[in-house]
Design a protein around this ligand. Structure first.
Ligand code: PEP
Length: 246
């Protein structure tokens, strides 16, 4: 099933989350043919978990830490997240990589911990502008995926991948649907190379300046299995239009 995900980033307080979901839930209550995922900040997981319970809409975390407990000030473990009803975690978002310095090695530890905890990781990959201009898009994406899955290659069917070109995130300048399609098809081939037993359940999502205006163009592409939406997911009306796009 296609997966349409909202990444709220560091936006919306618990009170604003309640208000958002009160508006959003009735707008999407008839949608049964796609999975909807909301990834609020940690501080809103409790209220969102309570409001989404029984709705069929999934709750995700924007990040996690790979250790189960201990002296890791400011970090949040997967067991803590699961208690709120979290079933997905975004791992390796470009803002984590480039603002907070997360390495491929750390991302691999997080992916591994998610798989062990039964939380489905959405592994974010994508090239920066200079890498694209140097013709390195496929190489960058391949390296990021291989490193993220290092040691857990047999679990390719238990992860989703978000292709998010860094230059397209939050810029209003999305990739063309045709360019996204090329990278998505490449990623799917790569998963079969990494794991010859790959069953193909991995959704490859597109992310980067998705809006209600362009969402359908991406969703029509053969290998686009869903979307990861930042800015345009912050308004319930706009995100509901994206959820309904075909
Ligand atoms: C994101 O944060 O994953 C994202 C794609 O952001 P935006 O939709 O705002 O470009």
């Amino acid at each position: 099933m296609k997966l349409i995900s909202a990444n709220w980033k560091m936006n919306l307080t618990p009170a604003q989350t309640r208000e958002y979901l009160q508006k959003f839930l009735p707008l999407v209550e008839d949608i049964k043919d796609r999975e909807i995922l909301i990834c609020p900040p940690f501080t809103s997981l409790c209220v969102a978990g309570e409001m989404l319970a029984g709705s069929g809409i999934r709750l995700g975390a924007q990040n996690c830490y790979h250790e189960p407990r201990g002296a890791f000030t400011g970090e949040v473990s997967l067991d803590m997240l699961k208690e709120f009803g979290v079933s997905y975690a975004i791992v390796g978002h470009s803002e984590r990589r480039w603002i907070f310095g997360e390495s491929d090695e750390l991302i691999n530890k997080k992916v591994t911990a998610c798989l062990k905890a039964g939380v489905r990781p959405i592994i974010c990959v994508g090239e920066r502008l200079e890498e694209r201009e140097a013709g390195l898009t496929f190489k960058v994406v391949e390296t990021q995926i291989r490193l993220a899955l290092s040691g857990v290659e047999e679990y390719t069917s238990s992860v989703d991948i978000a292709y998010e070109p860094v230059w397209a995130i939050g810029t209003g300048n999305p990739a063309t649907p045709e360019d996204a399609q090329l990278v998505h098809a490449y990623i799917k081939d790569l998963l079969h190379q990494i794991n010859p037993g790959h069953r193909g359940e991995t959704r490859v999502l597109y992310g980067g300046s998705v809006s209600p205006k362009n969402a359908s163009e991406f969703m029509r592409m053969k290998d686009v299995d869903g979307l990861l939406v930042g800015g345009a997911s912050l308004d319930p009306e706009s995100f509901s239009q994206i959820v309904k796009s075909f």
